[in-house]
Design a protein around this ligand. Sequence first.
Ligand SMILES: [Zn+2]
Length: 319
Amino acid sequence: MNTHLLAALDIGGTKIAGALVDGIGRLLVRAQRPTPADRHGSVVMDAVRAVLGELAEDPRWARVSAVGIGSAGPVDASTGTVSPVNIPGWRDYPLVRHVREAVEGRPVVLVGDGVAMTAAEHWQGAARGRDNALCMVVSTGVGGGLVLDGRPYAGPTGNAGHIGHISVDLDGDPCPCGGRGCVERIASGPNIARRALEQGWRPRDGEEPTAQAVARAARDGDRVAAASFSRAARALAAGMAATAMLVEIEIAVVGGGVAGAGDVLFTPLRRALADYATLSFVRDLAVVPAMTGTDAGLLGAAAAAALGHSGGPAVTAGV
Ligand SMILES: [Zn+2]
């Protein structure tokens, strides 16, 4: 009986989540702390230690063979450091070293949150059984990751597949990343809402002007709201098509809060894809919603730990 467990950390600007995960993707124990994102870096690290400490109270902690971390980016897996945009106290912060000290020297694997979500979808979600896939998170930002030749591909620093900052509009609006016309600048939730507001859409009384509110209005037949989602869908489709041309992905998985809009996003997205994914080897690219939901970060961190630890695809569904 394989009794190894993996410890997973999912670190974002709002919360730090942890879990013990078994070989078939069950989250056996969970712990969570709010991220003290506006505090000194050492205070943020104390919250990470508190999560690990709570997990370590479980007797099954003794069976943990490796620790996976999925962190908000940018990350640098080559140096074990992170500089999450939403955690200003961490700049080139040596997260891997501090976590390794906290877990008595067990192997620690770091990936960006887009790569983690991708590893989760490949292990347990919509990309299961697919050898070449693009997985995307469309929410406050747009992130993503790749599965190539049957394995999540993290790249040298753990950021590969960062589709949100591919430019799909050469002379488009400046993006906070320093580029122009990025997918994220057009397709993220805040940008869907911003564009709808600029074009005259207004939320209902008492309703926040979010992408969810725009989606609701689009569903009710509001043309401005629908047009804002259409524009986001075209940006996503152009980015997906470019990715498919480069590395021949067979499926694109879309998760995150904006994907919760359902057909309001997916119908124009599939239509737009036909405009951009034109060559024979990309024409059959499927676009599907993600399946792993809010556990994606933890599942993906565990999958990354298993892959990084063993040097091979040790984590496979049902094994
Ligand atoms: Zn950008």
